[in-house]
Design a protein around this ligand. Structure first.
Ligand code: ZN
Length: 227
């Protein structure tokens, strides 16, 4: 089951309202309204293999996979540039929030793992007073199940833990923790994200800003794919 919590409740209300009116909701003339309407469109699109126009439902651009919403928003090479733009936008919002929370932070840092392979990390954030910090890797994923944020975090730990000694030395820190932070491609705010932000001391008001940025990026991807 997709997990969307309160977000889903709000969404279902919007779907019901829209279906009754058979027209664009009134608030669509405002920025917030346009976003709400976009959420509605994106969330009501089929997640299954119904987007494709070809007979075998394969992607109209890459023909690699069945053209699902997950493929369009997550893995289609046709959207690579926009996928990167969406990721950079999300990363930048989180980096700014960390700066506001008095972290020293750096984005897109190149380093070495203990096996001497090069790795680049999205964000490293630390406090000089405690000499401890975090390697944070936000990743936009198409939402699938409730365990997904923990799985993403686990994957990122496996990738970036071997780079910790390099960064401890580089920034003269005592400890670093890797956080793989999943952001939902359809704008889902996860409990995992809420917990991470709380732990980092980032105000929860940043959550809708992050999720909306991901959603806007996804809408751009969808538009680029379909039109
Ligand atoms: Zn494709």
């Amino acid at each position: 089951m997709p997990y969307t919590g309160g977000y889903r409740d709000a969404l279902e209300t919007k779907v019901a309202v829209s279906a009754g009116r058979q027209q664009v909701p009134k608030e669509s003339s405002t920025t917030v309204g346009r976003n709400s309407y976009a959420i509605l469109i994106l969330a009501t699109l089929p997640a299954g293999p119904d987007l494709g126009r070809s007979q075998d439902n394969r992607c109209r651009h890459c023909h690699n996979e069945v053209e699902t919403l997950g493929h369009v928003l997550g893995s289609c090479p046709h959207g690579k540039t926009l996928q990167n733009a969406r990721h950079h936008q999300v990363r930048s919002i989180i980096a700014t929030a960390l700066k506001d929370a008095d972290y020293n932070n750096f984005e897109e840092v190149h380093g070495l793992s203990i096996t001497c392979s090069t790795q680049h990390i999205d964000i490293i954030a630390f406090k000089k007073s405690t000499r401890s910090g975090y390697i944070i890797d936000p990743t936009v994923h198409f939402e699938t199940d409730e365990e997904q944020p923990a799985k993403v975090d686990n994957e990122k730990n496996n990738i970036y833990n071997p780079t910790i000694p390099y960064y401890l030395k580089k920034y003269q820190l005592k400890e670093l923790e890797v956080i793989g932070l999943m952001v939902g491609a359809r704008g889902t705010a996860t409990l995992f994200m809420k917990d991470v932000f709380q732990r980092l001391g980032i105000p929860k008001s940043i959550i809708p800003i992050v999720t909306l940025a991901a959603l806007k990026g996804s809408i751009a991807l969808l538009k680029n794919h379909l039109y």
